[in-house]
Design a protein around this ligand. Structure first.
Ligand code: KG4
Ligand code: ZN
Length: 338
């Protein structure tokens, strides 16, 4: 069989990433993260799209060089169509279109959320079998999906307000930690007591989530405590992080237990930036042992936004002959079920 060489572009948020895949094997996966946003406590869309424009050509060149593949040997271009920030998506979409036009090779659109779930099918990862529960935990999404096939999935539950990554990032902002805060909270939590402070677990029906109330209760708690002790955050940082993380993990684990009970499916594959969280990974491993679940956790380099995940989704579309024409446009809101 002829080998397929894919060039994949991801530019939905604040990482410009390009990967080269040979079939389902990643030859290179270059991610250029934008540091400029750390001053602002969140991604500034206008700055993000400008940085994508500056990064995209050098990142493509680096990905090709690392993979040792020439542009003329590429079989198709895969790109993120959405969901994401419109200005950021536009850079990747326009570039992908021009490249496919210039090279006269097929164009393949990918839903970013499909990419997060399909990372498990990259060579070297442990793949689940269909059907499985796919859980997207990122800065923009929190969903539990029943995944029937590569591109066929049903939403069982999702956040009604903030995404799980936002819960981490907004907590970090309250605590004066730089953006993105998830990783900082994860690291600090490892030295803290998860039961030091208790925060209410948001109560939402069924398999849906809500995180905005938690953020508010953390804010009020910190404001109250700093009134009595201006050094409260400094003196209790690790314990606050551990307690917040513990609350978020408990909430996720409760919903996952419910999803397993409801569907009878015991394979759980997570994806998205928050799937890198060490506390969550530990809780999942423990549950796997206790309840005979099979959990699938992506390699760290594949959990946060990257183009290899877009490439693997593109590979499965290429195999099925599912291509996109040049009239395709970026889609900031893009349902995972379509
Ligand atoms: O999937 P991703 O890279 O981008 C989106 O599609 O949103 O996810 C980014 C999110 C951020 O909110 C970041 O704080 C969070 O993932 N994150 C983490 C960890 N690493 C990244 N959250 C908790 N623990 C981590 N270790
Ligand atoms: Zn993502």
């Amino acid at each position: 069989m002829k080998h397929i060489y894919l060039l994949a572009i991801e530019s939905s948020c604040d990482d410009t990433s390009v990967a080269i895949l040979k079939n389902n094997r990643v030859l290179s996966n270059v991610v250029s993260s934008q540091t400029i946003h750390s001053h602002y406590g969140g991604v500034v869309p206008e700055l993000a799209s400008r940085a994508h424009q500056q990064h995209i050509i050098p990142v493509i060149e680096e990905a090709l060089a690392k993979a040792n593949v020439a542009l003329e040997n590429i079989s198709a271009i895969a790109f993120t169509k959405g969901p994401g920030l419109m200005g950021s998506l536009l850079v990747g979409v326009s570039f992908a279109k021009s490249l496919s036009l210039a090279l006269e090779i097929p164009l393949i659109e990918v839903n970013h959320m499909h990419g997060h779930l399909l990372t498990h099918f990259i060579e070297g990862e442990k793949p689940p079998t269909f059907p499985f529960l796919g859980v997207t935990l990122s800065g923009g999404h929190t969903q539990i999906l029943q995944v029937e096939d590569y591109f066929s999935m049903k939403i069982l539950g999702q956040t009604l307000d903030d995404a799980i990554g936002e819960a981490f990032d907004k907590t970090a902002k309250i605590l004066g930690l730089p953006y993105p805060g998830g990783i900082q909270i994860d690291q600090l939590a490892q030295q803290g007591n998860p039961l030091a402070f208790s925060f209410p677990i948001p109560k939402v029906e069924g398999l849906n989530f809500s995180f905005s109330g938690l953020k508010t209760s953390i804010l009020y708690f910190v404001q109250q405590q700093t009134k009595n002790n201006p050094n409260f955050i400094e003196e209790n940082l690790a314990d606050i992080c551990a307690s917040v993380q513990h609350t978020i993990i408990r909430l996720v684990m409760q919903k996952l237990s419910k999803a397993v009970e409801q569907t009878g499916i015991k394979q759980i594959a997570i994806g998205g930036g928050v799937s890198a969280n060490s506390g969550l990974q530990k809780a999942l491993q423990q549950a796997a042992q206790k309840y005979a679940w099979q959990v699938f956790i992506p390699h760290k380099s594949l959990s946060t936004d990257n183009a290899a995940m877009i490439g693997i989704a593109g590979y499965f579309k290429y195999q099925r002959g599912v291509f996109t024409n040049l009239s395709v446009v970026a889609q900031a809101r893009y349902n995972v079920e379509t």
